[in-house]
Design a protein around this ligand. Sequence first.
Ligand code: DLL
Length: 433
Amino acid sequence: MIWDEKVETLPREALKALQVERLRDVAGRVYATVPFYKRAFDEKGIKPDDIKSMDDLKRLPFTTKQDLRDNYPYGLFTVPLENVVRIHASSGTTGKPTVVGYTKKDIETWAELMARALNAAGATKGDIIHNSYGYGLFTGGLGIHYGAERLGASVIPMSGGNSKKQIMLMEDFGSTVLTCTPSYALSLAETAEDMGVDFKNLKLKVGLFGAEPWSDKMRKEIEKKLNLEAVDVYGLSEIIGPGVGVECIEAKNGLHVFEDHFIVEVIDPETGEPLPYGENGELVFTTLTKEAFPSIRYRTRDISALDPEPCVCGRTSVRMERVSGRTDDMLIIRGVNVFPSQIESVLMNIEGVEPHYVLIVDRKGTLDTLEVQVEVNENVFSDSIKNLQALSNKIQKDVKDFLSISVKVKLVEPKTIQRSEGKAQRVIDNRKI
Ligand code: DLL
């Protein structure tokens, strides 16, 4: 299903030409209105009019989260506040949040892109969309909401939490699409089970999940437990919110980036050099049409790779691999780099282990330690000590074989690891405390 057939299947050459034209326009706007950008462009010795082709993109300066903090709250807005109709913010773990603004037209653009994303996932105007992303400063709730309305579907503005009621209403209202974080989807599955509700009796056909990393194994688990097709949606407040890229239901293999509105690059996070297609690095986005808060080469810290090959669905956009983690999530354990998602992949391949885990990092003397706490299912938990020990040894061995690190494993009782209503916290790093 393609929402905007003409644009979404534009030949790549035409798409590139559109991007260059829009890039020059946005560069001109930020240069003229935001002192921060003028300074950054001047330092690089480039003027907006110098942009003639996509090759000139790499001459533009990067923007980082720190730049947003330094210009808190409105320093990077390109329009007067009276033209801003909405403000969102993403909660940093420490200090002040990063603040983003939208004009009326930005809200329209966002709704349009989210309608595209929902449609790519298979949702249409006939659907009942149960939206459990949080409403508020977080962009998830309202982003999906406006997209669902633009699609013409019926949206149920649930927000997160109160899981029993969520299950009851999904059942009573005949919801056909669920939108929430993948970790909350699993938590809802558990609540339904406790209530004696079988997802097979619900009408859900598809789930649009994102806002945190999740593996393909996790997808299988969710699809099985919730009896639906699980589709990945990506986005971040600094770029627009959800609706930067989405998988198509036809392939579920990489996220189509909405390139008529965003330029995507993958760079080497150390050198800042753009990397060729297929290579893993840090995603960088430039917004082409945003009015209130455009971003130039924003460094996301998210890790992915790009694939320009045509997709079976007919869309011509480049696809980004599912985000495997963030450069700042990377754990360095005794010199070895590991991402929580890699541990998740190992765990999800082991029989008897549940998709609920937490990684506890500590330092004993000068040595870093990593403890994997993971839930096991009811049957396994009531098994003999010997069998539990064997399972624990297997996890240890698989992690060692695949990731070359030694970890301590703690098998815990079902439902003891804290459930999330939004983004799950997978890592507790006691070294930072
Ligand atoms: O999480 C926007 C969003 C809402 C996306 C709902 C999808 C669905 P922020 O709170 O600003 O915005 O967090 C952005 O979340 O840089 C990634 O690290 C992570 N993230 C978002 N989507 C995905 C995804 C929203 N599909 C940060 N896979 C991003 C992995 C994701 N990580």
